[in-house]
Design a protein around this ligand. Structure first.
Ligand code: UD1
Length: 419
């Protein structure tokens, strides 16, 4: 784990990135998979687990619930609990929204579950109404009071659940909850993001029958589960962030990532901005264009443009020729990086769920603060492109999702360090 006494990232730019970078395992796939280990009392071995604060937080939540968890490098072993507990405290849950996923893991194992309402990135209101609606349909009595969600099991029974929008977390929570319900649960308008599919594959390895037809996920509940060993895919959002970094002026890098198909929408956009991107068996090879062209993006569920790469993309738009437009269709407050980018010389006008960016061709170094994970990554990219010294504060947000970000960019030739 990184030294938590370091609280800022300093960059002397501009950097022309060159070289190779490895991508860590997918944080957003490991988090639900760790929560899913609660479903069974057999041991689980999870490989390719990134070293990140969000992951240690989820491990702490599992330990609080009674699981024995061991970590050796990028492998995490979760052993059965001597006594599985049913309540997760605010102290741990507040650090990360994804901890709400333990509700799904505990469903069917505990009659009364009590989990603090989540915290996490400050990107909008982020309610959990769809999770709650789904739990109720599965036969749970759900109450929310004094900052806690309380779930009481009446009779856990397979059912049809329609999600008003394809929420990633609600889909994951309800798939897990359905694993111990009697009969079949059918989740309609479900999220089918690659990370959800990773959870599904993990659960299948545990012996659960799950079928996916378009945006419908069908889960057949059972009571007995198998031991499982599962290697998680690499992190597509981290890979996408480095892909964007490879488009910063003068850069040419190779990104080791074995699932380039999941980044197709992003690669298409970068190519339309003039970048040269070639995919081979091991690497995505990216070369920045002489001049970035403006581009428009609208975030959408997979396979649409990922909301998690919207903020990093803003940096390219700020450097491009002409006017670019972002429509943020997933979260209602995901432009918090924009006021910080203005301080670095960007021209951005935020209007509700849209941002209009007039490329200025250049950015200049400035002290800035990260207010969320991906917005923070965008500020690091901006610092790499900017002339002069950038100091990024509040980096705990960034370290939730990017392992060794300073070292990785240093290895690519940037003058960057943590203090
Ligand atoms: C996950 C990802 C996050 C990503 C997001 C969208 C993890 C740990 N995090 O977050 O990085 O940005 O998917 O791809 O995997 N909503 C409701 N009611 C609900 C649930 C969600 O209104 O019950 C809304 C949210 O406020 C948000 C939108 O739906 O506006 C999408 O949220 P959701 O897909 O649930 O995102 P997360 O699972 O929190």
């Amino acid at each position: 784990m990184r030294d938590t006494s370091k609280n800022k990232i300093i960059i002397n730019g501009p950097a022309k990135l060159n070289g190779r970078v490895n991508i860590a395992g997918s944080k957003n796939a490991v988090l639900p998979i760790l929560a899913a280990t609660l479903i069974s009392d057999k041991r689980s071995i999870i490989e390719n687990v990134p070293v990140l604060s969000d992951i240690s937080n989820m491990i702490s939540v599992l330990k609080e619930l009674g699981k024995e968890v061991f970590r050796d490098g990028d492998t995490v072993v979760v052993k059965p609990a001597k006594e599985l507990k049913s309540s997760a405290s605010y102290e741990l849950i507040k650090k990360m929204r994804a901890s709400v996923l333990v509700m799904g893991g505990l469903t069917g194992r505990k009659k009364n579950i009590k989990v603090a309402l989540p915290g996490g990135c400050a990107i909008g209101v982020r309610p959990i109404d769809m999770h709650i609606k789904g739990f109720k349909k599965l036969g749970m009595e759900v109450g929310v009071s004094e900052g806690f969600v309380e779930l009481k099991e009446k009779k856990l029974k397979g059912t049809r659940i329609y999600l008003d929008s394809p929420s990633v977390g609600a889909t994951e929570n309800l798939i897990m909850a359905a694993c111990r319900a009697s009969g079949e649960t059918r989740i309609e308008n479900a999220s089918v993001e690659p990370e959800v599919l990773e959870l599904v594959n993990f659960l299948k390895a545990m012996g659960i029958s799950i079928k996916i037809e378009g945006c419908i996920i069908k889960v057949k509940g059972r009571k007995k589960f198998k031991k499982v060993k599962y290697k998680v895919m690499d992190d597509r959002i981290q890979a996408g962030t480095y892909l964007i970094a490879g488009c910063l002026p003068g850069s040419e890098i190779k990104i080791k990532f074995s699932h380039p198909g999941v980044l197709k929408t992003v690669i298409d956009k970068l190519q339309s901005s003039g970048a040269s991107i070639k995919v081979d068996r091991k690497y995505i090879n990216v070369k920045a264009p002489e001049k970035l062209r403006s581009m428009d993006i609208t975030t959408a569920p997979y396979p649409g443009f990922p909301t998690d790469l919207q903020a990093p993309f803003t940096v390219l738009m700020a450097l491009a020729d002409g006017v670019s437009l972002i429509n943020e269709d997933i979260f209602e407050n995901r432009f918090m990086h924009c006021p910080e980018l203005l301080r670095m010389g960007a021209k951005i006008e935020v209007k509700g769920e849209s941002a209009i960016i007039t490329g200025t061709g250049k950015l200049s170094g400035a002290p800035v603060s990260a207010s969320d994970l991906r917005g923070g990554a965008a500020l690091v990219l901006a610092g790499l492109a900017a002339k002069g010294r950038t100091e990024v504060y509040e980096i705990s947000h960034i370290l939730r999702g990017y392992d060794n970000i300073d070292m990785k960019f240093r290895d690519l030739g940037a003058d960057i360090w943590m203090e």
